[in-house]
Design a protein. Structure first.
Length: 297
């Protein structure tokens, strides 16, 4: 990252994986209660911020299919401005590497990085808890990226407790399909009554081997996505005889875990022998903390 008095460049917005995702109920307000473990990975968008003295918030990069005023980075900056009353503005540029509609939290991560970066660039010094409250107004995953640690999450995903996870390397594959989150949550066949588990029970399943334990949990959204989107099922079949694999979030990305980059790359080579057109494939080591963790206290 490059920092000057009037700019912050090369600010990463890392992806997340859901190591498991259980839907435990549906609330009266329509939102779903869940339990999951969020894992940060070293695959990221890159954002650049340049100070404006005129108070305007502008996105300088065209993002196909996302109007400037609807972009979460613009909404995040505007929300932070309104909350603090600052007279400053910003130009935001985005180098988009994370695919959209992938279950990787790319838009939410971009929003969190915007809040963290502007907290520093605008010299606001807001505490992390305040940023998390603001972030929840933008989306359920945003507080996790602001929390900045791998976490056991409950509620709608905003009730977070840090967990220590083994070092891993993940092979992540996104098929050539965009899965709208609302499409999965609204499906009548979605499991909504998974039994709650404790953090201690989850951690007890983590073996000394760095490979993610296929024996624990599931993603309750996966059966719905597989039924609706043949491309997701195709990727999961691609992992047969390679490694246990699971969908992250509401899809469409599928991942498997390995103890080293070399193992993940070997699995990638095997998987690519039968790769289908349009797959996006990445080898991504785990992260213990968000790269901008120090931008809030």
């Amino acid at each position: 990252m490059i920092e000057t008095n009037d700019s912050l460049r090369d600010c990463p917005a890392p992806a997340k994986l859901n190591l498991f995702l259980h839907i435990t109920g549906q609330r009266p307000d329509g939102y779903h209660s869940l339990q999951t473990v969020f894992q940060l990975i070293d695959w990221a968008d890159t954002l650049h911020f340049t100070l404006r003295a005129d108070g305007q918030v502008r996105r300088k990069t065209v993002v196909p299919g996302v109007p400037e005023e609807a972009d979460l980075v613009v909404r995040a900056a505007t929300l932070l401005k309104a909350h603090t009353g600052t007279s400053l503005g910003v130009d935001i540029e985005i180098d988009k590497h994370l695919p959209m509609g992938a279950g990787l939290g790319g838009g939410s991560s971009d929003a969190a990085t915007t809040l963290l970066a502007l907290n520093r660039l605008w010299k606001l010094d807001l505490p992390r808890e305040t940023l998390q409250v603001l972030g929840l107004k933008l989306g359920a995953d945003v507080p996790f990226f602001l929390f900045g640690r791998n976490a056991f999450a409950q509620g709608v995903g905003e009730a977070l407790e840090a967990v220590e996870l083994p070092k891993r390397c993940f092979l992540v594959v996104k098929p050539n399909v965009h899965v709208p989150t609302a499409d999965i949550f609204s499906d009548k066949l979605l499991t909504r009554d998974s039994k709650e588990v404790t953090i201690a029970f989850f951690l007890a399943q983590q073996s000394c081997d760095a490979r993610w334990p296929d024996s624990f949990g599931r993603n309750d959204m996966q059966p719905v996505a597989v039924r609706k989107y043949a491309e997701v099922a195709q990727v999961l079949r691609g992992f047969d005889n390679i490694a246990p694999a699971r969908m992250t979030g509401s899809g469409s990305s599928v991942f498997a875990a390995f103890s080293s980059i070399a193992e993940a790359e070997a699995a990638q080579a095997k998987l690519l022998e039968n790769q289908q057109a349009g797959w996006t494939v990445a080898v991504a080591p785990s992260l213990d903390k968000h790269p901008l963790f120090g931008f809030a206290s």
